[in-house]
Ligand binder design. Structure first.
Ligand SMILES: *Cc1c(COP(=O)(O)O)cnc(C)c1O
Length: 406
């Protein structure tokens, strides 16, 4: 008889975004005349179409698949070299990071990679996560049986080290007193929109090297960084190749959320005893993974052409102009705000005596604006709220007018 993986049963029932969708649907049912008035500044998904250079390459790659001479079957395990080479040149060599093309593993996205990377680690590793953070790290470790038991009162797992990131510590995690084996860091951060300085990140690298931990660094929002001394890659830190895995995505920098493309960097010198983590992940890629399709990898390489770079930069500038409008709008209305400078997320402190969900209800019911309660990203997110810059310019402006009239 089959036995299920009952770690799945320990996962807390409802996913944040399904709760939000239910609340919005209920509001629209009760107020049908208001349904068209709702402005969505909640979801972390891009809204602009793929850049013309990307679309053009998608079309030509499809034509290649129609011709016997240029048809492609299974992609190479690590991904096509043409893509890994331009990644190395543009994302690493250009920033002084000594990463080589055979240390890059192309994938169908950062969500898959950040969830699957746990496959190569034993079950009894202890994980540490920023709190609040992108929920995928904790949830996938829970599925693997690594997180202990979930406490519905504290909303914490018994075997996870939570590193609070709040206004008290500038949203920068402190080295925990309990020693972790696997440390998840995400900068620029989702949901707080804040970054980490190079010195602080170096402290984390030094710490991981000292205690023999691995850092899994999620740099999905790297392309949004505009402040000069904020690190784009963990490999800008000394010694990081000996302790860090980096995960990247084409989703937020080039609009591939529906197209699917990302990659993971595992330096060859990253070891556990005599075993390189690179060899384990390569084994996994060769066995459990089919790779991103040729047409998508070809389109990904188009992001690094001169036109592709220019066009994707314009998209990011569009979103970051929205972020500026949100920052200014909220500041004028007297809110305490964070983030939104090097990331498409603005993190606000909810007004006195209002929980994250109270503020959600207020925005939905009174102003017809949908955002995301901070508490949905971890216990330390309580009392905060996330707005995103992925809306249209028109709606973003309109939302700020409503907030300032309230
Ligand atoms: C959106 C997001 C991702 C997801 O990337 P995909 O490549 O679309 O799977 C990864 N990490 C963080 C922090 C994100 O916000």
């Amino acid at each position: 008889m089959i036995k299920i993986n009952d770690n799945y049963l320990k996962l807390p029932g409802s996913y944040l975004f399904s709760t939000i969708a239910k609340k919005v649907a209920a509001y629209c049912d009760a107020n049908p005349d208001k349904a068209d008035n709702i402005i969505r500044l909640g979801i972390g998904d891009v809204t602009l179409p793929l850049a013309p250079a990307v679309i053009e390459r998608l079309h030509s790659a499809v034509d290649e698949m129609a011709d016997k001479k240029t048809f492609k079957g299974y992609a190479p395990d690590l991904g096509y070299e043409f893509l890994r080479n331009v990644i190395v040149e543009n994302d690493y060599k250009a920033r002084g990071c000594d990463i080589s093309a055979d240390e890059i593993f192309i994938s169908d996205g950062a969500k898959s990679d950040s969830g699957n990377i746990g496959d190569i680690f034993a079950q009894d590793n202890k994980i540490a996560v920023c709190d609040p953070v992108y929920p995928v790290y904790v949830d996938t470790n829970a599925m693997a049986g690594r997180t202990g038991e979930y406490n519905t009162d504290t909303e914490k797992w018994s075997n996870v080290i939570y590193m609070p990131c709040t206004r008290e510590n500038d949203f920068s995690p402190e080295i925990p007193s309990d020693t972790p084996d696997i440390i998840y860091l995400c900068f620029p951060n989702n949901p707080t929109g804040t970054t980490i300085s190079k010195d602080k990140l170096q402290e984390w690298v030094d710490y991981a090297l000292k205690v023999g931990a691995v850092i899994i660094y999620d740099a999905a929002y790297e392309a949004y960084i505009s402040t000069p001394d904020v690190p784009h890659s963990i490999y800008e830190c000394n010694g990081a190749k000996g302790c860090a895995i980096e995960i990247r995505s084409f989703s937020k920098n080039a609009g591939f959320t529906g197209t699917r493309l990302g990659f993971t960097v595992i330096p060859k010198e990253l070891k556990c005893g005599d075993v390189t983590l690179h060899s384990l992940w390569a084994r996994r890629h060769g066995t459990k993974f089919n790779g991103a399709p040729y047409i998508i990898q070809a389109a990904g390489a188009a992001v690094y052409t001169e036109e592709g770079k220019k066009q994707t930069k314009e998209q990011i500038a569009y979103y970051m102009n929205n972020a500026k409008i949100i920052r200014e709008g909220l500041e004028t209305a007297g809110y305490e705000i964070y983030g939104g400078v090097d990331a498409p997320y603005i993190w606000l402190k909810t007004p006195e005596k209002m929980t994250s969900w109270d503020f959600f209800d207020y925005l939905l019911n009174e102003l017809n604006i949908v955002g995301t309660p901070g508490s949905g990203f971890g216990p330390s997110g309580e009392g905060y709220f996330r707005l995103t810059a992925f809306g249209s310019l028109e709606n973003t402006k309109k939302a700020m007018e409503r907030i300032n009239k309230a």
